[in-house]
Design a protein around this ligand. Structure first.
Ligand SMILES: Cc1cc2nc3c(=O)[nH]c(=O)nc-3n(C[C@H](O)[C@H](O)[C@H](O)COP(=O)(O)O)c2cc1C
Length: 337
């Protein structure tokens, strides 16, 4: 078990997990096994979430979704599988599959604002249907012994519903709540508002994790307030070291403990290359080299952001098909900067 967590023989619990909780946000198309393993290497304290997975597909044993759920217990724990859907009977089946495969918890998505998800009455749409939301939690909790949590937003078009909505979820058995400080109608615009999340924490008995716009250790310290933890998403793009920076800052270690940068972030492009290649190697290990590199392209573009000649570099990196190609491109540039 990674540093800071009880041994594998002790089941994960949101109540006893070391504080503050630091979570990698679930991100579709991003937080696959290779990303989770890479983040975990840099910041062993991190609680990992999967990309969101469809309960209908899990209930029917859909091959692609089952593959997406695969994880390595030695390298990726605590591991919370996030699911979305709306059919209680499929939540029950999906939950059993997730528990059997050894995950530490199940998280129900009640915050995704994507049109396709909302129009199917999944994700954020559940905030408009608290009866169904509570039923999904209750049925999932009854089906398994691992904890069931919920990730949601402040509300549909007002934050005033946050406390009553979350109270229903807690009454139904939700063991923890992660809240993105935006409403559905905000999508990703404006600044995240953490005030309603602090108020929620005063009103519920379960751990509450705040999410939205954390970009550094200093941000995490400024935002955590009375909460049990924080969740970080987009700031990890091109800067996975931010997770360690956040962990260290929240544990009141020196804000910048590494001689080379916050969370161990390399200062130069040349120093960054071995990390990028390690991330590529993990992607290749998990998905095979060709597919792994195709999926790495977005990360490669993020890694070079801000460096001299980034636009030109990006244009080359978004076409790579092998690790050798990535290395060639990066080393050529490193030699010239
Ligand atoms: C590419 C991408 C994919 C996402 N996928 C999911 C998802 O599968 N489930 C979920 O609950 N939230 C998802 N989110 C939302 C994030 O988990 C998080 O709530 C949001 O990005 C705000 O946090 P941040 O400001 O730290 O990025 C996604 C966000 C992004 C940018």
């Amino acid at each position: 078990m990674p540093a800071g967590f009880p041994s594998l023989s002790v089941p994960f619990s949101w109540l006893t997990a070391p504080r503050p909780l630091v979570c990698l946000a679930p991100m579709a198309g991003v937080t696959d096994a290779s990303y989770r393993r890479f983040i975990k290497k840099l910041a062993p304290e991190t609680i990992l979430y999967s990309e969101f997975l469809c309960t209908d597909a899990l209930a029917y044993g859909g091959k692609k979704t089952m593959e997406m759920m695969h994880f390595d217990p030695a390298l990726e724990r605590p591991f919370i599988v996030q699911v979305f859907g709306k059919r209680p009977e499929h939540f029950v089946e999906a939950a059993k599959v997730i528990e059997q495969m050894g995950a530490d918890g199940i998280d129900i998505n009640m915050g995704c604002p994507a049109a396709k998800v909302v129009s199917s009455a999944h994700g954020s749409a559940l905030m408009k249907n608290p009866d169904l939301a509570a039923e999904l939690v209750a049925r999932t909790v009854q089906a398994v012994s691992i904890p069931v949590s919920v990730k949601t937003r402040l509300g549909w078009d007002t934050a005033e519903t946050l406390v009553p909505f979350c109270r229903r979820l807690v009454e139904a058995g939700a063991a923890a709540l992660a809240v993105h400080g935006r409403r559905y109608c905000d999508k990703f615009t404006g600044a995240a508002d953490w005030e309603p999340i602090y108020e929620l924490k005063k009103q519920v008995s379960v751990p509450v994790i705040g999410n939205g716009d954390i970009k550094s250790g200093a941000d995490a310290v400024a935002k955590i307030g009375n909460l049990d933890g924080v969740m970080v998403g987009r700031a990890t793009f091109g800067n996975p070291w931010v997770m360690k920076e956040v962990c260290d800052a929240l544990c009141s270690l020196t804000p910048n403990p590494s001689p080379i940068g916050g969370g161990g972030r390399p200062r130069t492009f040349a120093e960054t290359i071995p990390f990028i290649l390690e991330h590529c190697a993990l992607a290749a290990e998990v998905k095979g080299e060709k597919r792994g590199m195709m999926e790495m392209r977005r990360h490669l573009a993020s890694y070079v952001k801000g460096f001299q000649g980034a636009a030109e570099l990006r244009a080359k990196l978004v076409r790579v098909e092998s690790i050798a190609e990535v290395e060639d491109i990066l080393r050529t540039v490193a030699g010239s900067v």
